[in-house]
Design a protein around this ligand. Structure first.
Ligand code: PMP
Length: 326
C-alpha cells in the first residue's frame, strides 16, 4: 500500500505547470510553481510545519501548548493543520481587510480567530502585530510564532521549495519571480537557487502602498510609501527580518486593479483558479518582459487558491464597485 501517514506528509512536491496563453507576448517559457496542491491550499503549509517542528525541537513549543500568530490566513491554515495532527491549540490574529472566507476557513480547522483594524500604525495597541505579541505574553504555555522574523520560515523554502524548482527545471531556471510578504519564500528559494547558479535573477512583486521596492533601491524606509491597498498577501509597512534584500535583484510594483484583473485572467485563460497574489505575480512577470530573452526559463510561484477570493476578485459586482471592470 502507498499512503501518507498523516496529512502533513503530503506537504511539498507540488507540480510545475507551463503557462500558455497569458504569456504569449513573452519571448521565453514561463512555468508556475503551483503551490495550491499543498493540503492547506497554499505554499505556507511548508513554512508552518517547519516553524512548528523547529519550535518543538528546541522546546519553545511544548506538549498541549497554544500556537499564537498574526496571520492573513494561509500561514494560519498551515499552522492549524500541524496543530490538529500534533495536538496543539491555535489562536490567530488577523485584520478586517482579509476576506471573510479566510477567517471562516481557519475556524473550520479549529482555530480561534481575532480580527483587528487594518488602518492603525503597527505600534498601535489595536494593531494585529501588537495584539498577537500581547496574547503571546499573556497566554500560559503558548508560543508566539512571528513568521516575519522567524528564521525557520525562509529555511523551509531553502530546504524544500528551492531544491524542487532546481530539480524540476533540470537546473535550467534563469529567473524566479514571486510576491513578497514576510519574505520567506523569495529569500529561501532565492538563496538556494543563487547558490546553484549565481546568474539566476530573483525578482520580487510588491504592491503600491508597501515599502519594499523603494527600500531595495535606496536603502530608505520611506513612510510616504505606506498607505492602504487592496491586494492580499503581499507588500508590507514593516521590514521583516525574513526579507533578504541582498539576494533580490529587483522589485516591480503591481496595481490593485491589475492584480485583481489578472487573478480573473489566470482562471479564465489558463484554468488556474488562484488567489490574488498569483494575479499580481503574473502581471509582474509581464511587466518584466524587457529582462527576458528567448532561451530563458522563468519560474513564477503562485501562493494560494481562488476559493478564498470568491467574494472579491471573482465577484464581478465587487470588481465593478472597486472600478476594476466596467
Ligand atoms: N501570497 C499570499 C496569498 C500570501 O498569503 C503570502 C504570505 N503573506 C504571500 C503571497 C507572500 O509570501 P511570503 O510571506 O513568503 O513573502
Amino acid at each position: 500500500m502507498e499512503y501518507a501517514k498523516n496529512i502533513l506528509e503530503t506537504i511539498g512536491n507540488t507540480p510545475l505547470v507551463k503557462l500558455n496563453k497569458l504569456t504569449e507576448e513573452l519571448p521565453c517559457m514561463v512555468l508556475a510553481k503551483y503551490e495550491t496542491f499543498n493540503p492547506g491550499n497554499s505554499v505556507k503549509d511548508r513554512m508552518a510545519l517547519k516553524m512548528v517542528e523547529d519550535a518543538e525541537a528546541d522546546g519553545r513549543l511544548k506538549p498541549g501548548g497554544t500556537i499564537i500568530e498574526g496571520t492573513s490566513g494561509n500561514t494560519g491554515m498551515g499552522l492549524a493543520l500541524a496543530a490538529v495532527v500534533k495536538g496543539y491549540k491555535c489562536i490567530f490574529v488577523t485584520t478586517d481587510k482579509q476576506s471573510k472566507e479566510k477567517v471562516d476557513i481557519l475556524k473550520a480547522v479549529g482555530a480561534e480567530v481575532i480580527v483587528c483594524p487594518t488602518d492603525v500604525a503597527p505600534d498601535d495597541a489595536r494593531s494585529y502585530y501588537s495584539v498577537s505579541k500581547r496574547l503571546g505574553d499573556e497566554t500560559p504555555n503558548s508560543w508566539y510564532v512571528n513568521q516575519y522574523d522567524n528564521p525557520s520560515n525562509a529555511i523551509a523554502h531553502y530546504q524544500s521549495t528551492g531544491p524542487e524548482i532546481w530539480k524540476q527545471t533540470d537546473g535550467k531556471v534563469t529567473h524566479f519571480v514571486v510576491g513578497v510578504g514576510t519574505g520567506g519564500t523569495i529569500s529561501g528559494v532565492g538563496k538556494f537557487l543563487k547558490e546553484q547558479n549565481p546568474n539566476i535573477k530573483i525578482w520580487g512583486i510588491d504592491t503600491y502602498g508597501s515599502v519594499f521596492k523603494k527600500y531595495h533601491e535606496t536603502g530608505i524606509f520611506d513612510e510616504n510609501e505606506i498607505y492602504p491597498y487592496v491586494t492580499e498577501g503581499i507588500g508590507e509597512d514593516i521590514l521583516p527580518e525574513n526579507v533578504d534584500f541582498k539576494i533580490i535583484d529587483g522589485f516591480t510594483k503591481v496595481t490593485d486593479k491589475d492584480a485583481a484583473v489578472y487573478t480573473q485572467k489566470l482562471a479564465k485563460e489558463e484554468g488556474m483558479f488562484l488567489g490574488n497574489s498569483a494575479g499580481a505575480a503574473i502581471k509582474g512577470v509581464l511587466q518584466l518582459k524587457e529582462y527576458f530573452s528567448k532561451d530563458d526559463v522563468v519560474v513564477v510561484l503562485f501562493h494560494d487558491h481562488g476559493s478564498r477570493y470568491v467574494g472579491k476578485m471573482f465577484n464581478n459586482e465587487w470588481m465593478r464597485e472597486m472600478g476594476y471592470i466596467d
